[in-house]
Design a protein around this ligand. Structure first.
Ligand SMILES: N[C@@H](CCC(=O)N[C@@H](CS)C(=O)NCC(=O)O)C(=O)O
Length: 243
């Protein structure tokens, strides 16, 4: 049995972490049975989520988990893609995870109102200094990767360039590379949902809402991979926040 460790439902999303969402969607794409357990990053072999336990074997990091699933179950999430499309899928994934992801994190953790209603609650019950330390650590990381050195306007402008790039690649297609989803669809869906969740107010979300094809794409994939989940403002207000 596969156990997927993640942050759990919250912030108006079926899963708080876009990286865990990516893995969960890939498990669902493959039709693999799994149980999901809520965990903290410190429990992961790499100190980050997601991580997976498959019969005692622990694998951390969404990209290495994908590789493990493909090797172990004889899968190819990019089946049908040409070598060029596979390269483009990798490039899209890196842009979304390692660039757009930091813009999303900036909106969640470093806009004070969003931090107060969202990530701060992860530390409910812990002393205030633990919460403040965690926020400062994220601030330092966002500064370290470079995004945090820009003005708020510049950060949004960089995020919008990535949104526009994804929208240009998607065009009017159902999935990134046509009528079938590939591995990178899980990544892109996860990050766009994290940006578009009604739970947070960010300028990036407001700009993302202007990309009608991206909004429709997230709605479509949410209905496909999380059919029981109410993806709407009502849910965002009601959804529990990770404890
Ligand atoms: N490269 C990793 C990134 C995972 C990641 O950033 N996870 C976040 C949750 S969204 C985390 O665990 N952060 C805690 C930390 O970095 O200390 C992957 O693809 O799995």
């Amino acid at each position: 049995m596969i156990t997927l460790y993640g942050a759990g439902e919250g912030f108006g999303l079926p899963e708080i972490s876009p990286y865990v969402t990516k893995t969960e969607v890939q498990l669902r794409m493959a039709g693999l049975a799994y149980e999901k357990v809520r965990a903290a990053p410190q429990e992961s072999p790499k100190g980050q989520m997601p991580f997976l336990d498959a019969g005692g074997v622990r694998i951390a990091d969404s990209t290495f988990i994908r590789g493990y699933l493909e090797r172990t179950y004889g899968l190819d999430f990019d089946e049908g893609l040409s070598p060029r499309q596979r390269a483009e899928a990798w490039a899209i994934e890196r842009m979304v995870e390692n660039h757009l992801g930091w813009v999303m994190i900036h909106g969640r953790w470093l806009i004070p109102e969003n931090f107060a209603k969202g990530p701060a609650h992860v530390f409910d019950g812990a002393p205030a200094f633990v919460r403040d330390q965690a926020r400062r650590a994220v601030e330092q990381t966002v500064h370290g990767v470079g995004i945090g050195r820009h003005s708020d306007l510049e950060i949004v402008a960089l995020g919008v360039r990535s949104l526009a790039a994804v929208a240009a690649i998607l065009g009017e297609q159902r999935y990134l590379f046509g009528p079938r989803p590939c591995g990178a669809d899980a990544t892109v869906f996860a990050m766009l949902a994290a940006i578009l969740t009604p739970f947070f107010e960010t300028e990036l979300k407001r700009r993302a809402e202007g990309f009608g094809t991206l909004v429709a794409y997230v709605d479509r994939l949410m209905a496909q991979f999380y059919p029981g989940f109410e993806w709407d403002v009502e849910t965002a207000v009601r959804a529990p926040v990770a404890a």
